[in-house]
Design a protein around this ligand. Structure first.
Ligand code: FAD
Ligand code: NAD
Length: 494
């Protein structure tokens, strides 16, 4: 009989945890997954990717109908009205279907779902009396036993524990979130508003602010985005950030860049925000009937009691791992938002697969240089690999240069026909080797287009490889081919 209950115990059933659990079970390991939420799927399925995309899709349909944009296609509409409750119900349906789907997959793969909040029990405190190894202490015994984890009133032992506890909203001092009142909300509250605010202020011009700000703007709110930095979307290519700002302004969003929020008071259903230039200066106030705080997310480690196994957090509150997703404590692994890297569902999923394969003795690898990111606004904004700024900095260290090719969506036949003139594709390559280092797109379907760029980069493609790959006509993806042709100065359609 095994000396422990499970080969693998995963803490957290988000995209990192549930995928790790399924893969571990597929590989023949006895697997359990602990989740404190009522439903599986983590942030992504319950209050993140899925509900936000449902609201983005529904609000896009409403905007299309209400703005009169369909008239040019001969679609005549009478008075267009919003039934927000129906839109919310559609969103809830999507969440229910997908979270229930994970439950089905757990059953199918024989993954035990342990319901409750997990915390580590220190060696000697629980059923497991075998001391845990700590590689930072050479005198510590080699890993010989199992870890003990408390789930509610029960304890479970497992040879391997994967921490996949994800992240939650970073609070902003002086701006207190109260999702129940619905005046100052975080992303979870902003997905549940019972009515369309007249005036919404979004604090933070990152992904959440722009996606959820777009939802409520389309449904009728006047939206102001207050961003501390001088551009939106930190981390993205500078051309993309500048173009995105132009597009959102054109759509009617007010952008207050280089501005910080210094406080907020709420009276009844109104919030008053105090603003100041980011570099300091005269303050002003603005009022709103809804404030969305979206200034980033931080790893979930509170209450996990990692100190009981000798595990520490880095300066950013994350759990560090090696390339195989091992922490410094033997038998303890970590993936997803709780470890360094972009906080993205597909990154967490790929790490989930890799960690399970590594635990099973296979070689699970994630190429962190090729992780696409997509902002699901209209148009979509997507990128993979290095920005032009990063590429120049990296290559200049070895006296090398970059080549850039750009192609506007205005010159792409499909985008033009569909009346989607905004955006461009930009391909960044090493001037010596022609190897593609990064691809950035703003286009209605940029999120779909970026997959081919990620695949090309994964295969080590040159810009010439993309330029000489036959792309179906007429598709938005032809803009990637043309941008790749532009790297060597030879696009056809411009
Ligand atoms: P999570 O999904 O956060 O899951 C962790 C789970 O662990 C949670 O369910 C939590 O309840 C549970 N847990 C935590 N501690 C314990 C404990 N001690 N015991 C038991 N259970 C515990 N990413 C994208 O790629 N695309 C998108 O379109 C996208 N949209 C988003 C929209 C919003 C509004 C938000 C907030 C996020 C979005 N993200 C998106 C980010 C994405 O949701 C995360 O990157 C992803 O969910 C991370 O997965 P994870 O498994 O690491 O953690
Ligand atoms: P973010 O890091 O994308 O953006 C936060 C923004 O807030 C930044 O632009 C930052 O400069 C700004 N900011 C920080 N402090 C501020 C302050 N005091 N005043 C004004 N602005 C301030 O964070 P987010 O939008 O909250 O999203 C969190 C995470 O969720 C992201 O890491 C993202 O990867 C993930 N997410 C992804 C998607 C997607 O993939 N489509 C969608 C939603 C969320």
């Amino acid at each position: 009989m095994a000396e422990y209950d499970y080969d693998v115990l995963i803490i957290g059933a988000g995209p990192g945890g549930y995928v790790a659990a399924i893969r571990a079970a597929q590989l023949g390991l006895k697997t359990a997954c602990v989740e404190s939420r009522e439903t599986l799927g983590g942030t992504c399925l319950n209050v993140g990717c899925i509900p936000s995309k449902a609201m983005l899709h529904g609000s896009e349909k409403f905007d299309e109908a209400a703005s009169g944009a369909l008239a040019r296609y001969g679609v005549k509409l009478g008075k267009v009205e919003l039934d927000l409750a129906a839109l919310q119900a559609d969103k809830a349906d999507a969440v229910k279907g997908l979270t229930g789907g994970i439950e089905f997959l757990f059953k199918k793969n024989k993954v035990d779902w342990l319901k409750g909040f997990a915390s580590f029990v220190s060696p000697g405190e629980g059923r497991d009396l075998v001391p845990q190894a700590d590689r930072s202490r050479p005198e510590a015994p080699a890993f010989a036993g199992a870890h003990t984890v408390k789930v509610g009133d029960e304890t479970v032992t497992a040879k391997n524990v994967v921490i996949a506890t994800g992240s939650s909203v970073t609070p902003l001092p002086g701006v207190e979130v109260d999702n129940d009142k619905g005046v100052v909300v975080d992303s979870t509250g902003a997905l549940e508003l019972p009515k369309v605010p007249k005036k919404m202020v979004v604090i933070g011009g990152g992904v959440i602010g722009l996606e959820l700000g777009s939802v409520w703007r389309r449904l009728g709110a006047a939206v102001t985005v207050v961003e501390f930095l001088d551009q939106l979307l930190p981390g993205m290519d500078m051309d993309v950030r500048k173009e995105a700002a132009k597009i959102f302004k054109k759509q009617g969003m007010e952008l207050r860049l280089s501005t910080k929020v210094t406080g907020c008071t709420v009276k009844g259903k109104k919030a008053t925000l105090m603003l100041e230039p980011a570099s300091g200066g005269a303050s002003e106030t603005i009022e709103a009937d809804c404030v969305l705080v979206s200034i980033g997310r931080r790893p979930n480690t509170h209450g996990l009691r990692i100190e009981n196994i000798g595990l520490e957090l880095n300066a950013r509150g994350q759990i560090e791992t090696d390339h195989a997703f091992r922490t410094k404590v033997d038998g303890v692994w970590a993936v997803g938002d709780v470890i360094p890297g972009p906080m993205l569902a597909h990154k967490a999923e790929d790490e989930g697969i890799a960690v399970a394969e590594n635990i099973a003795g296979l070689t699970g690898i994630v190429n962190h240089d090729v992780i696409p990111s997509v902002v699901y606004t209209w148009p979509e904004i997507a990128g993979v690999g290095l920005t032009e700024e990063q590429a120049k900095e990296r290559l200049s260290a070895s006296a090398r240069a970059v080549k850039v090719g750009k192609f506007p969506m205005l010159a792409n036949s499909r985008a033009k026909t569909n009346h989607e003139p905004d955006g461009f594709v930009k391909v960044i390559a090493d001037a010596d080797t022609d190897r593609v280092l990064g691809v950035w797109c703003i286009a209605s379907v940029a999120g779909t287009m970026i997959a081919q760029a990620a695949q090309a980069m994964e295969f080590g493609a040159t810009s010439e490889d993309i330029a000489y790959t036959c792309h179906a006509h007429p598709t938005h993806s032809e803009a990637i081919k043309e941008a790749a042709m532009a790297v060597t100065g030879k696009p056809i359609h411009i």
